[in-house]
Design a protein around this ligand. Structure first.
Ligand code: CA
Ligand code: CA
Ligand code: CA
Ligand code: CA
Length: 454
């Protein structure tokens, strides 16, 4: 049984011929909305930004790097790689480092021709040639294993605050010392590994992952990990982290209280920060620090592949764990069922999410491999003054009048004088004309107050 993103994708693609359109995504959080940026992509995996309204996005199966400028998908790829794409292989990860000119890192399953024999999971870096809109000067920076596979290639690339680049790779179905078997030498599987410059593993014992991200506030590294039928995880990558696979997936103090984890070297086991008991195939994890989306600033955002849903996880004040004080059933750090899973849901209908990125515009971009589309989450600005609703001054209300519920009656104080409002009477605050209107149930104005409302 393969709990995998891309196998599911194959199923979903075959379904598209019978069901030509997917449901449009819907956000379930007030003050934000979602729109399509572009579509017509073939199995897009991950994306990164060259600049404002200018990004590259990878196509898993044909190895093409596509460019989107001002929401328009450019007709010609900026690079066309030869990739093996069966199962979870293909063109998987991108990280753009903003040197001058930019350096673009790509993680892909290289072959001599599309669909050919896999030569390796390889990371190359390129120079962005802006005048010609292409990637040039390829340099191999890391040659990672690919066999036996074919799943659990990982493939996500990230850069830290100093532009050091890291990759995550899964177990490729190996049973070695990095999977916590007391055998064999380390082989660059099940790890988070620095690739440019190279260095010791950051983490080991990872079954598979499609999500790796630095929190731009703390510069702590977080991942999502994919369980075998059960126990998907979110982890804060502690120093010399061992995630425990293949001895354990999910929390230690659950089903396996007495398991001994062989480990390796300096790496020590640490519990997941969160676990889904039933797999959802979590993929991207992202942190938003932007003025337009400030209401998401204290959360980790996670997308999933099985349900096309978006979740937000409230961070504690030090951003080292989740704060579930508002969610009693999550205080065990486990979503035991779909009801608990959906307590943190803020979006649905994204098809199958494979990446979440924050743009230079401060907005959130979501890649849907199943929809062949990229969506953008933006703040609602009902009054059109350029300031999102959530940041509008208190005196600025998004509709002309606001009705106050007086079903149960109440007191209204205007200029120090208090009026008792009987039940059933409507009070409207008209912020455009600066009036307070008290109306009877038929809408007739009983009392009108004029003057600036503050
Ligand atoms: Ca190709
Ligand atoms: Ca783990
Ligand atoms: Ca629970
Ligand atoms: Ca506004």
């Amino acid at each position: 049984m393969i709990t995998c993103i891309f196998l599911i994708l194959l199923i979903s693609i075959s379904l598209t011929s019978f069901y030509p359109s997917f449901a449009a995504p819907v956000l379930e959080i007030s003050g934000l909305d979602v729109e399509e940026v572009t579509s017509g992509l073939s199995a897009p995996t991950t994306m990164d930004f060259l600049g404002q309204n200018d990004f590259l996005v990878l196509q898993k199966n044909d190895g093409q790097v596509r460019r989107v400028v001002n929401d328009v998908l450019q007709p010609n790829p900026v690079l066309d790689l030869s990739v093996t794409s069966n199962s979870e292989r293909g063109l998987l990860g991108i990280e753009i480092v903003h040197t001058d000119p930019p350096t673009v890192y790509l993680f892909f399953t290289e072959s001599s021709s599309d669909g050919g024999i896999p030569l390796g999971n390889r990371i190359y870096k390129y120079t962005w040639d802006a005048p010609n809109s292409q990637l040039i000067n390829s340099v191999l920076v890391k040659d990672l294993p690919v066999l036996p596979g074919a799943n659990h290639n990982g493939g996500i690339l990230v850069a830290d605050v100093n532009d050091n680049v890291f990759a995550i790779i899964g177990d490729l179905n190996r049973d070695g010392i990095l999977q916590n078997f007391p055998t064999e030498n380390p082989d660059d599987t099940s790890v988070i590994i620095p690739v440019d410059p190279t260095g010791p593993y950051v983490a080991m014992g990872i079954r598979n992952s499609f999500g790796l991200s630095f929190d731009p506030v703390t510069w702590n590294l977080w991942d999502t990990e994919n369980g075998h039928r059960t126990n998907d995880e979110i982890n804060l990558i502690s120093q010399n982290f061992n995630s425990g696979w293949q001895t354990i997936m999910g929390p230690f103090n659950g089903a396996f209280p007495d398991v001994n984890i062989p480990g390796h070297g300096i790496y020590s086991y640490s519990e997941p920060e969160f676990t889904w008991l039933d797999t959802i195939c979590p993929t991207a994890i992202a942190f938003v620090q932007s003025i337009p989306l400030s209401i998401l600033g204290d959360y980790a955002l996670v997308g999933d592949c099985n349900n096309g849903q978006l979740y937000r996880f409230p961070l504690n004040p030090t951003r080292t764990a989740f704060d579930f004080s508002d969610f009693a059933s999550l205080q065990d750090l486990i979503a035991d069922d779909n009801t608990e899973r959906d307590l943190l849901r803020i979006g649905i209908g994204f098809g199958r999410i494979t990446d979440i990125k924050v743009g230079p515009d401060g907005l959130l971009y979501i890649v849907s491999i199943a929809d062949g589309a990229i969506y953008r989450i933006f703040p609602v600005d009902t009054d059109g003054d350029g300031i999102p609703d959530v940041n509008d001054p208190n005196t600025e209300i998004t509709t002309d009048t606001v009705a106050v519920d007086t079903t149960f009656g109440g007191d209204l104080t205007v200029d120090g004088a208090t009026f008792t409002i009987p039940p059933g009477i409507t009070v409207e605050f008209d912020f455009v004309n600066n009036k307070i209107l008290i109306k009877n149930p038929g809408g007739k104005i009983l009392i009108q107050f004029d003057g600036k409302i503050t």
